[in-house]
Structures are given as structure tokens and as C-alpha cells.
Design a protein around this ligand. Structure first.
Ligand SMILES: O=C(O)CCC(=O)C(=O)O
Ligand SMILES: [Fe+2]
Length: 318
């Protein structure tokens, strides 16, 4: 398939071999314009994706009582039923279910004991070892891809290739299997799977099934479809990397609708740094004479603030 307008398909192969220059230049172009690109040769095996897809669908098709046994104890891990999140300014909560994991830490890990947000053991369903294995396999494989991307991004900003990976010792990686039932006909007009939003963190890596439904904001204010392209992932940057780069990189609006009449599955990974990583534009090779637009902030505090905001109860007009 050819490239959708404005959304280049970038080969990650050279970067996986340690050549960040070619990939870095292409990434820099994509991130300074639409903020989105596709990548191929991403290194996540097809078998890893296929297995997770099958296991995740099986889980989402299970009775609600079973899914609710892994209701999140804290903000992020486990099963989230329909309507759990609302994007800022949206009229309706998002019409999606999702199951989310993060870095697996034991209950007696010091960060967990200290009550650090976004840390903890994952909430797994009791009798689904294959789902658990498939999620963990994917989590590790997509994390490895994220590391390569971080090196290419660092190169593209003119800083040492290891700058970001040095801040991803115990990353706040959140991987979600997201299930979008078809929108109910009576709510089609104002209903989104995910309402228009920008992502919160640094880099998002997305696999999507063949259904379609993701749109990205074009420079002219019109939505550009970002259809599934076999063998690729969709990559975009979030608000934290936009801030870190002093707005050289664009964290762009996007949305999901599912009017296909069928279910849609995607697997999104928000690949973000250590909780205490300090995000300071001054560390990212600011061009001479440029003033930082943002004060330093801790990655975890920033992301947690955004997650809490998305989960606030809202009065809806519908
Ligand atoms: O499911 C998708 O295609 C995108 C989801 C998304 O944008 C998000 O969860 O932030
Ligand atoms: Fe998003």
C-alpha cells in the first residue's frame, strides 16, 4: 500500500543495525510536521502480534464478570470497561474497553511500597496464562523497538544516541489491548472510540487490525485517515516529547471512530521514561539563542496528572 498523504512509511531496519542517521533524518521530518509516521522492519515478530491478537479477542469476548475480576486497583493496570476515559472537551466518554499492563514489579518493590503512582504488579485474569504470556511477549518486543526509536530520535535532535535510553531504566511503559465494539447507531454522531486528543507521554507505538478508523489532524485542519498498512506500526509523539523538544516536535491530534459495524482491536504502547526522569528542554540541544518554553518537570508527575484528568467524572450533556 502507498503512503497516506503526509504520513511517511519509514524503514527502521538501518537503525536496528546501529545506523541512526538515515532513520533519524526521516523521523525528524515526520515529527516536525504531522508528528506521525509508519515504521516497517520494526522487529516485533508477526507471531507475537498474532498470538496477542487472538488471546486479547478471546479475553474481550469473555463474560463481563470475568473481565471485571481484573478491575484496576490503581489508575492504570488491568481491565477498564466502556466509558472509563473522557478526552478533554469531549461530550461523551470513549467507547472502548481496554486491558493495560506496565512494567511488572513485585509487591515488595521499594517504589510500590512507597506508593509511587503507575507502579505495581499487573492485574492478570486468573485462568488465562496464554493471554498473560502473549501480553508480556509483546510488551518486551515492543519495548525493544521503542529503544531503537529513542536512539534514532536522539540522533535526530543532535544529542547522544543513548540520551533517552539512559532515562528509561524502569520505563513507564503502558501497553494496552484496546477493543472497540461498533458504535451504537443511535449515538453515532457524537460517539468516538477515542475522542480527538493528543497523547500524554513521549512516544506511542500502535498496532491496529484491518478495520481502520484512526484519523490524524492534517496541517489544513482536515482529518487524514491513517489506515492499517500490513507489516507496519503507527508511531507518534506525545505532549511530553513535544515539551522536551521545546516544541520542535509536534504532538498532533488524532481520534478513533468505529463505524465499520464490526469490532476493532488495536494494541497501543505508550513508551515513556522513568518516573523521576527530568524533562527539561535545555537538555535537548536547544538551537543557539532559543529560550526554553517550559520549566523542567518529572515525567511521572506529568503523565499521572494527565491520566487523572482523563478519568475525572464528567457531567455529560447527552
Ligand atoms: O486505537 C487506536 O488506533 C489509537 C488509540 C489512541 O490514540 C490512544 O489510545 O491514545
Ligand atoms: Fe492516542
Amino acid at each position: 500500500m502507498s503512503e497516506p498523504a503526509g504520513l511517511p512509511i519509514i524503514d527502521l531496519g538501518p537503525a536496528r543495525q546501529g545506523d541512526y542517521a538515515t532513520t533519524g533524518a526521516l523521523i525528524s521530518h515526520a515529527f516536525t510536521t504531522s508528528g506521525f509516521c509508519y515504521i516497517r522492519n520494526h522487529g516485533v515478530p508477526d507471531a507475537t502480534i498474532d498470538r496477542l491478537r487472538a488471546e486479547a479477542l478471546d479475553f474481550f469476548h469473555a463474560p463481563m464478570e470475568e473481565k471485571l475480576t481484573c478491575k484496576p486497583k490503581e489508575a492504570v493496570r488491568g481491565f477498564n470497561a466502556l466509558n472509563r476515559t473522557t478526552m478533554y472537551g469531549a461530550e461523551q466518554p470513549d467507547y472502548k474497553e481496554f486491558f493495560q499492563i506496565g512494567l511488572e514489579l513485585p509487591a515488595d518493590d521499594p517504589a510500590v511500597l512507597a506508593g509511587q503512582p503507575l507502579r505495581g504488579p499487573n492485574q492478570w485474569p486468573a485462568n488465562r496464562p496464554a493471554f498473560r504470556e502473549a501480553m508480556m511477549d509483546y510488551f518486551n518486543a515492543i519495548g525493544a523497538c521503542g529503544q531503537v526509536l529513542l536512539r534514532a530520535v536522539a540522533h535526530s535532535l543532535g544529542i547522544a544516541p543513548d540520551f533517552f535510553v539512559g532515562k528509561y531504566d524502569r520505563p513507564l511503559q503502558r501497553t494496552q489491548a484496546i477493543w472497540y465494539p461498533p458504535h451504537p447507531a443511535e449515538r453515532e454522531k457524537d460517539q468516538f472510540g477515542v475522542a480527538p486528543h493528543t497523547d500524554y507521554g513521549c512516544i506511542t507505538l500502535l498496532w491496529q487490525d484491518q478495520t481502520g478508523g484512526l484519523d490524524v489532524m492534517g496541517a489544513d485542519g482536515n482529518w487524514i485517515p491513517a489506515p492499517p498498512i500490513p507489516g507496519t506500526l503507527v508511531i507518534n509523539i506525545g505532549d511530553l516529547l513535544c515539551r522536551w523538544s521545546n516544541q520542535r516536535y509536534n504532538s498532533n491530534m488524532h481520534r478513533v471512530t468505529n463505524r465499520s459495524g464490526k469490532e476493532r482491536l488495536s494494541i497501543a504502547t505508550f513508551y515513556d521514561p522513568d518516573y523521576d526522569a527530568i524533562v527539561d528542554p535545555c537538555d535537548l540541544n536547544l538551537p543557539a539563542g532559543t529560550q526554553p518554553l517550559f520549566k523542567p518537570v518529572s515525567a511521572g508527575d506529568y503523565i499521572m496528572g494527565r491520566i487523572r484528568d482523563s478519568q475525572k467524572p464528567r457531567t455529560t450533556t447527552a
